[in-house]
Write a protein that binds this ligand. Structure first.
Ligand SMILES: NC(=O)c1ccc[n+]([C@@H]2O[C@H](COP(=O)([O-])OP(=O)(O)OC[C@H]3O[C@@H](n4cnc5c(N)ncnc54)[C@H](OP(=O)(O)O)[C@@H]3O)[C@@H](O)[C@H]2O)c1
Length: 250
């Protein structure tokens, strides 16, 4: 069974909701110290309230798109505040459904800022050897099965999420000599506020879940995989992208 100590410190973005919240709560339950990042004060506070060890759960409010160039410096400031990090889970993100004829550069940039540029600059901060513990450190970023499938209106989101997988694999190659592992996870539809939103069911259709032989996934289905990849149980696994879609291949 995976166990951490309070000396194992993890940054989790998107900790106020959905997959990020699930990852943050599981790491904390297993004994780790968690620094949960998101914009919404109330939802971050609710996550901390739900945590099994709130004394080891810290929250930081940040819009990761506000100063993307400054994100490596932001990670450094967290290291000065909390100490060196054992891991980072990049779980924040937004979705986008825009038909090609409606796309604008601003719209594309908005999605890429959040789902690609910010994750890359956060990764830059984390893999800086001054900010992590070295051998045994691990980074996991959540991409999406949408990066690998083709769906109408998804060119923007799919572009950002596939770019994320490609760049994380290259970063993984750069840092493996230092014992740092980097992987991505690509879920299909998981029951989070993002997927349960009216906007999503309008686009996909109310009965979309019937295509999944095991139904939509639960947050824990992704959180378990992310936490495994962050742990020493995955000490020989790096540069990979794991699809979690109950085999449906949509
Ligand atoms: N759910 C799925 O089925 C599914 C499938 C494939 C991939 N994914 C990916 O998984 C990730 C999480 O999705 P989810 O379903 O958990 O969504 P969610 O429930 O909507 O949560 C999104 C999280 O991202 C944070 N966030 C968004 N924009 C941010 C910003 N500019 N700065 C800081 N934090 C920001 C939100 O926090 P605040 O609003 O508090 O800032 C929230 O904590 C996303 O990257 C998504 O693309 C999800």
């Amino acid at each position: 069974m995976i166990k951490f100590t309070t000396e194992d410190k993890f940054i989790v973005t998107g900790a106020s909701s959905g997959l990020g919240q699930g990852v943050a709560l599981l790491l904390n339950k297993l004994g780790a110290t968690v620094i949960g990042i998101a914009r919404n004060h109330e939802r971050l506070a609710e996550t901390k309230q739900k945590s099994e060890h709130p004394e080891n759960f810290f929250t930081e409010e940040l819009d990761v798109t506000a100063d993307i160039d400054g994100l490596p410096g932001y990670v450094k400031s967290l290291r000065e505040k909390y100490g060196k990090f054992r891991g980072m889970a990049i779980c924040h993100g937004i979705t986008d459904v825009t038909p090609t004829q409606m796309l604008t550069y601003d719209n594309i940039k908005h999605v890429f800022d959040c789902d690609y540029f910010a994750p890359i600059m956060l990764a830059k901060g984390f893999v800086d050897r001054r900010n992590n513990i070295g051998r045994g450190a691990a980074l996991v970023a959540i991409s999406s099965y949408g990066a690998l499938s083709c769906n109408r209106g998804m060119s923007n989101y799919a572009g950002a999420k596939s770019a994320l997988i490609a760049s994380m694999r290259c970063i993984a190659k750069e840092v493996v000599p230092f014992g740092i592992r980097v992987n991505t996870v690509s879920p299909s539809d998981i029951k989070t506020p993002m997927v349960l939103s009216n906007e999503f069911s309008t686009v996909r259709g109310a009965d979309h879940e019937k295509h999944y032989p095991l139904g939509y996934g639960e947050v824990e289905d992704v959180a378990n995989m992310v936490v495994f990849l962050l742990s020493d149980d995955a000490k020989w696994i790096t540069t990979q992208n794991y699809i979690i879609d109950c085999g449906v291949g949509l």
